[in-house]
Design a protein around this ligand. Structure first.
Ligand code: ADP
Ligand code: ASP
Ligand code: MG
Length: 417
């Protein structure tokens, strides 16, 4: 008997009516003879609404209490979904993340899963139940409730699939697969039959919201069969796997954009050995992730540095720089927002010179200048002004031969905010 993990995102269970349709779909899977474990997100905009409420009460709510609050969204979903399955005459049991044995590290708001004890899930499956687990949550060894970061229900699903040795992990969402770029932005985006773990990992890290980056990390590490498909249609989805076949003549698999970037510039830094280590060491100590780092030329023994951080870390990073000014003297630190990081990703890039030049050409063709660049074997990222990013993505999509006329995007509702 095969074991399937099915994960349904927020818009797939946005209303009680949709919850009913999801229940139907789960029962169909069960009737095929599969053992089914379901992971579900909070309904519709519930998580955003809870965040707004918290902020109305306290502009800077304690992270521990935020986790206490946000985990309730998923708990509502699991209970209602279980009731909907019971209504269809089938056994189902809902569990919070901690009841399902999900243990996490102790970082509120972006905890990593450290262990899963699946005994209780197996026991409920053995009784013939559909098991429904609340996504995006777990508990520390010390009994504190945690969340896994926005979009983290994907990670719950893949981590459970790995721990349960499931045959497949299906991520049901409001688009019918992974596309060459967000199909809500580029109408002629092409649906991918398959994509490699590495490429999807880059795309997810670089802003493609369709999968949580850590979910892809787990899938790669544990070799989980991962499929992204629609909860509204029966179309075949996209398979994420170790090696994906690249269409002939195509070197770029996908394009992603991330608006969550701020650029910080540190000007007139004393150019002596060790300054970079001190500066970035101090930022790392405060848990600030630094992304692209650029050093411009040295003049009169002074250098200028720029680096990017997430918008949320911008003020903290500037505080750190102020704090180390006596140790690492510099003239001034400035920041810039209203930026976007646009990236192209494709395993075929390694053996195709000129891919980056083509990117710069496409970006300049829409009159946009590039502020920062970073590359790896399978991606090139450019930081540019946030407007007009959609034109830039469209230009890149065309330049790399990704436009398609025949795959009309089939998606569910896009009433997310
Ligand atoms: P869920 O609530 O089901 O987790 P998400 O909003 O997290 O759904 O992810 C699905 C959304 O991801 C789609 O509606 C789409 O707009 C967006 N998206 C971004 N990049 C891509 C891509 N390359 N392929 C498909 N969808 C993408
Ligand atoms: N409900 C959470 C969020 O909105 C987790 C998820 O949907 O995956 O981020
Ligand atoms: Mg999601």
């Amino acid at each position: 008997m095969s074991l399937t993990v099915m994960k349904f995102g927020g818009s797939s269970v946005g209303t009680t009516e949709r919850m009913g349709r999801v229940a139907q779909r789960i029962v169909e899977k069960k009737l095929q003879g599969d053992r089914v474990v379901v992971v579900v997100s909070a309904m519709g905009d519930t998580t955003d609404d809870l965040i707004d409420k918290a902020r109305e009460i306290n502009g800077n709510p304690p992270a521990r209490e935020m986790d206490m609050l946000l985990t309730t969204g998923e708990q509502i979903s699991v209970a209602l979904l279980s009731m909907a399955i019971h209504k269809l005459g089938h056994g189902a049991k809902s569990y919070t993340g901690w009841q399902a044995g999900i243990v996490t590290e102790a970082t509120h708001g972006k905890a990593k899963i450290s262990d899963i004890s699946p005994e209780r899930i197996f026991a409920a499956l053995d009784e013939g139940n559909v098991v429904i687990v609340a996504g995006f949550q777990g508990m520390t060894e010390g009994g504190e409730i945690t969340t896994l970061g926005r979009g983290g229900s994907d990670t719950t699903a893949v981590a459970l699939a790995a721990a349960l040795k499931a045959d497949v992990c299906e991520i049901y969402t409001d688009v019918d697969g992974i596309y060459s770029t967000d199909p809500r932005v580029v109408k002629c985006a092409r649906k991918l039959d398959e994509i490699s773990y590495d490429e999807m990992l880059e795309l997810a890290h670089l802003g493609a919201a369709v999968l949580h980056p850590r979910a892809v990390e787990y899938a790669k590490h544990y070799n989980v069969n991962l499929v992204v498909r629609s909860s509204f249609t029966n179309n075949a989805g996209t398979l994420v796997r170790e090696e994906a076949q690249m269409e002939q003549g195509i070197v770029v698999r996908g394009i992603a954009a991330d608006k969550n970037v701020a650029r910080i510039s540190v000007l007139g830094v004393e150019d002596v050995p060790g300054v970079l280590a001190k500066m970035f060491g101090a930022l790392a100590e405060q848990g600030i992730d630094v992304d692209i780092i650029v050093q411009s030329g040295v003049q009169d023994g002074k250098a200028d540095f720029s680096f990017t951080v997430s918008l949320a870390d911008r003020s903290k990073a500037l505080d750190v720089l102020t704090g180390i000014k006596t140790e690492v003297p510099y003239r001034e630190a400035t920041f810039e927002e209203g930026l976007v990081k646009v990236s192209i990703v494709g395993a075929g890039m390694v053996s195709n010179p000129g891919v980056a030049a083509q990117m710069f050409e496409a970006i300049s063709s829409v009159g946009v200048s590039i502020k920062m660049v970073s590359t790896s074997e399978i991606k090139v990222s450019c930081v540019i002004a946030a407007e007009p990013v959609q034109e830039v993505i469209r230009a890149l999509h065309t330049a790399y031969g990704l436009d398609t006329a025949d795959t009309a995007f089939v998606g569910g509702p896009s009433e997310r905010r």
